[in-house]
Design a protein around this ligand. Structure first.
Ligand SMILES: Cc1cc2nc3c(=O)[nH]c(=O)nc-3n(C[C@H](O)[C@H](O)[C@H](O)COP(=O)(O)OP(=O)(O)OC[C@H]3O[C@@H](n4cnc5c(N)ncnc54)[C@H](O)[C@@H]3O)c2cc1C
Length: 389
């Protein structure tokens, strides 16, 4: 570790016991041994670090805010590379609606900076207060407004990545397979050029509730034809009861227009607040394990019914088929859920990623893709060794 410390300014490296404990896990609570933490401040810092890792054989784990839910930022005898000192936000080009931004910028801070120009970045995961733009690119985050705005890969024009050879790569949106959703296995994202959009002039909400799933899914199909629809969030009866809503199948629809029934800002903030409180409430209620399957539309009714009959609380981004069923620790029904997802032609991970948690479920096709990317960008497996698959 002396050789590592000699490469940086005092304070940029820590091997203190309390730091190592703090960085030994992400929000999934999957833990692993951490050898130390580095806070790079420049691209050159990351290059030196990657070269040091290549010489010593110690692997590096890029980390944003650590809000990931699959052990992606969990070290395994690794050095954690915290992006929080990479925080510059470049000048906005209001005309082309683009901005160059460092990877460690947290999403909400970014959006606060953009507000005076009437612009915003519309990919909003539930963890928007702290999730970083680099972490969001690495996981190809989707989130609350995916039904209208898609996911990160739809908004990234270019990224700057320091790869496992210590080389600085500029990758364009055409190369997105090498960085978006690759969970840091090709290198550390240090900067990105992101596209922005205009803040909508009005917003409104309607909270629907249904006795029967078939009735709800019919309405959802209808709602999705509305061009101003901007969110379509689901809570099953178990989850709805927990936030004080009717214990029925509930759908919170947001519009970027005045079409919804609720237009008063405080009332809308209350409803969103209830929806966003669910993750913490479910953890407190004894359901800490968060899954993120993505089902095709035709498989939703059967699987939502199964989850509800099993008394499993569920919420999620129904508009794009990404659900968040919440489980007890060591719940054997998680394996059954994964079998159901595979049988339906869906994805085991719709947005959180595979990390350490789901790597044994990686398909042969994914494994082959990852190995090809490793050969190209990180032949010595410096970055996120053993992750994704
Ligand atoms: C309450 C809650 C709600 C959530 N809601 C959503 C949601 O709606 N949608 C959604 O998609 N996710 C959601 N998540 C999951 C998580 O917030 C996202 O995956 C987010 O994108 C992670 O960002 P982060 O900065 O915390 O990354 P981290 O957790 O620090 O890292 C995540 C992964 O990205 C890699 N990584 C991080 N930074 C970099 C970098 N600069 N370069 C290369 N690789 C990097 C890490 O190695 C790791 O594999 C939620 C999590 C919580 C706790």
């Amino acid at each position: 570790m002396k050789s590592l410390e000699s490469l940086f300014q005092p304070g940029q490296v820590s091997t203190r016991a309390e730091t190592k404990v703090a960085y030994s896990r992400d929000a999934s609570r999957i833990q692993g041994p951490c050898q130390g933490v580095v806070w790079p401040e420049t691209v050159d810092d990351v290059v030196r670090l990657a070269q040091w890792a290549a010489e010593t054989g110690i692997d590096l784990v890029p980390r944003g805010a650590g809000t990931g839910l699959c052990g992606g930022a969990t070290p395994q005898n690794s050095i954690v590379v915290d992006s929080s000192c990479l925080r510059k936000i470049g000048t906005r080009d209001v005309q082309s609606k683009m901005v160059v931004v460092d990877a460690g910028v947290p999403l909400d801070q970014f959006n606060r900076m953009l507000r005076p120009d009437g612009l915003f970045f519309p990919v909003i995961p539930g963890s928007h207060r702290s999730a970083t733009l680099g972490g969001m690119i690495a996981t190809n985050a989707a989130g609350l407004h995916a039904v209208r705005y898609g996911r990160m890969s739809d908004w990234v024009e270019e990224v700057v990545v320091v790869d496992g050879k210590g080389e600085v790569q500029r990758l364009s949106s055409g190369d997105r397979k090498a960085f978006a959703g690759r969970e840091g296995i090709t290198g550390m994202i240090v900067q990105a050029t992101l596209r922005l959009t205009e803040i909508p002039e009005s917003r409104s909400l309607t909270l629907f509730s249904f006795e029967h799933l078939a009735e709800m899914l019919k309405q959802v199909k209808q709602l999705k034809t509305n061009s101003t629809l901007s969110a379509l969030e689901y809570l099953n009866p178990h989850a709805a009861a927990l936030v004080g809503w009717k214990a029925r199948h509930c759908v919170l629809a947001e519009y970027h227009s005045a079409e919804g029934e609720i237009r008063e800002p405080a009332e809308m903030a209350n409803l969103w607040g209830a929806r966003e409180s669910l993750s913490a409430r479910l953890t407190q209620a004894g359901f800490p394990i968060s899954e993120d399957p993505q089902f095709p539309p035709e498989a939703l009714e059967d699987n939502l019914d199964w989850l509800t009959v099993q008394n499993i609380p569920v919420f999620g981004h129904l508009g794009v088929g990404i659900l968040h069923p919440r489980f007890l620790r060591e719940d054997a029904r998680i394996a059954e859920l994964y079998r159901r997802v595979s049988a339906s032609g869906g994805q085991i991970s719709g947005e959180h990623g595979m990390g350490l948690k789901k790597r044994q479920w990686a398909s042969e096709a994914l494994k082959a893709e990852v190995l090809a990317l490793k050969r190209q960008f990180d032949p010595q497996h410096i970055f996120n060794r053993g992750k994704l698959c």
